[in-house]
Design a protein around this ligand. Structure first.
Ligand SMILES: [Zn+2]
Length: 308
C-alpha cells in the first residue's frame, strides 16, 4: 500500500511538471522564452509590441492633446518599487488619482502601475521599435478604464487598458529625475531580487513623460506578457526621454526568479497589419513648407529692393 502511494506520488509529480511549465512559468530566454509562449498567449491579429513605420502611419485629427489629472501633473506621491521576476514595477499610493483622458482615448483611465523593459550592457531592449530602431529601454504606464470596477475586469475588454509607452535613450549627460530616484534605489539593492520591495517618496509622474507629449502613435494591441490579452489601447510617444548611462546600468543589477541577472526582458515585435495612426502630420513636409515660404519671402524682398 505504502509502495503504491509512493508510486502514485511519483506519477502525479511527473504529470505535474509540464502543466506548471505550460501554464505560468514563462521567461525571456530558453525553452520558456517568447517563441514558446504560444499556449500562454492568444494567437490573435493584434499582438504587441510592433514596429511603427512613421511614414506609413496616418495622421488622425481626432488624436488631440491628453488631459492629465492634477495629481498626474502637479503633485508628488509615494510609490512601491517591487521585483516580479520579469521586471521592476512601481505602484502608486492608493490616494493618488492619476488619470488620463483625451488624446483620442475612449474613456478616462487610471494608472495602476508602471514598469520597464531593457536590454543589456551591449544590447538595446525597448519593446516597440520606431522605423526599426530599437531604443535602449522602454517604460510602460498601465492605466485601466474607470468604466470597469478594477484592472482585472478591465483587462478582458477591448477598451479596458490604456498603456503609454515611452522610449529611454541613454548616453546623455542630463538624466531623468524619476529614473534617477529609481536608479538610486536599485543601486542600494532595493527590488533587485525576486519579491523584494521598498518605497520611493515624492515622485511626480509627469516627469517620466517626454517634454513633447503631443506627438504620439496609436494602435489597438495587447499586453506584451502572458496572457497577452488584446485589451490595450496603445499610445507610444514619438520622442524618447533622456537617461544617463549610469541610470540605465542600474537596471542590469535586477535579478530574475532564478537569481540570474535579468537582461533583454522584451518581447520581439509582432506582425501587425491593422492601421497605426499618429497625432501629428509629417514634420518633414511641414519643415519643407516653412523653408519654401521663407525662400519665397526672401525672393520677394530682393525683387522689391531692386525695383525701389
Ligand atoms: Zn510592459
Amino acid at each position: 500500500m505504502a509502495l503504491n502511494v509512493y508510486r502514485l506520488s511519483i506519477l502525479i509529480f511527473v504529470i505535474h511538471i509540464p502543466l506548471v511549465s505550460s501554464s505560468g512559468d514563462w521567461s525571456y530566454t530558453g525553452e520558456n522564452g517568447p517563441n514558446h509562449w504560444g499556449s500562454l498567449c492568444r494567437s490573435g491579429s493584434q499582438q504587441s509590441p510592433i514596429n511603427i513605420d512613421i511614414g506609413k502611419s496616418k495622421h488622425d485629427q481626432e488624436l488631440g492633446q491628453f488631459i492629465f489629472s492634477p495629481d498626474y501633473f502637479n503633485y508628488t506621491f509615494k510609490y512601491n518599487l517591487s521585483n516580479n521576476g520579469h521586471s521592476v514595477m512601481l505602484t502608486p499610493d492608493s490616494s493618488a488619482q492619476l488619470t488620463v483622458s483625451g488624446g483620442g482615448l475612449p474613456g478616462t483611465y487610471r494608472l495602476a502601475q508602471f514598469h520597464f523593459h531593457w536590454g543589456g550592457p551591449s544590447s538595446a531592449g525597448s519593446e516597440h521599435t520606431l522605423n526599426n530602431k530599437q531604443y535602449q529601454a522602454e517604460v510602460h504606464l498601465v492605466h485601466y478604464n474607470l468604466n470597469y470596477d478594477n484592472i482585472g475586469s478591465a483587462a478582458t475588454s477591448k477598451d479596458g487598458l490604456a498603456v503609454i509607452g515611452v522610449f529611454l535613450e541613454a548616453g546623455k549627460s542630463v538624466g531623468n529625475v524619476v529614473i534617477e530616484k529609481i536608479a538610486n534605489r536599485l543601486s542600494n539593492s532595493c527590488a533587485t531580487v525576486l519579491s523584494s520591495n521598498c518605497t520611493i517618496d515624492n515622485m511626480r509622474l509627469i516627469d517620466i513623460l517626454p517634454f513633447n507629449h503631443d506627438n504620439y502613435f496609436r494602435y489597438q494591441g495587447s499586453l506584451t506578457t502572458p496572457p497577452c490579452s488584446e485589451s490595450v489601447v496603445w499610445t507610444v510617444f514619438q520622442k524618447p526621454i533622456s537617461v544617463t548611462k549610469e541610470q540605465l546600468q542600474s537596471f542590469f543589477r535586477i535579478q530574475d526568479s532564478h537569481s540570474h541577472e535579468l537582461h533583454n526582458n522584451f518581447r520581439p515585435v509582432q506582425k501587425y497589419k491593422k492601421p497605426v495612426t499618429k497625432s501629428f502630420s509629417s514634420e518633414g513636409s511641414r519643415h519643407v513648407l516653412t523653408i519654401s515660404v521663407l525662400a519665397f519671402s526672401s525672393l520677394v524682398a530682393l525683387y522689391s529692393a531692386k525695383l525701389f
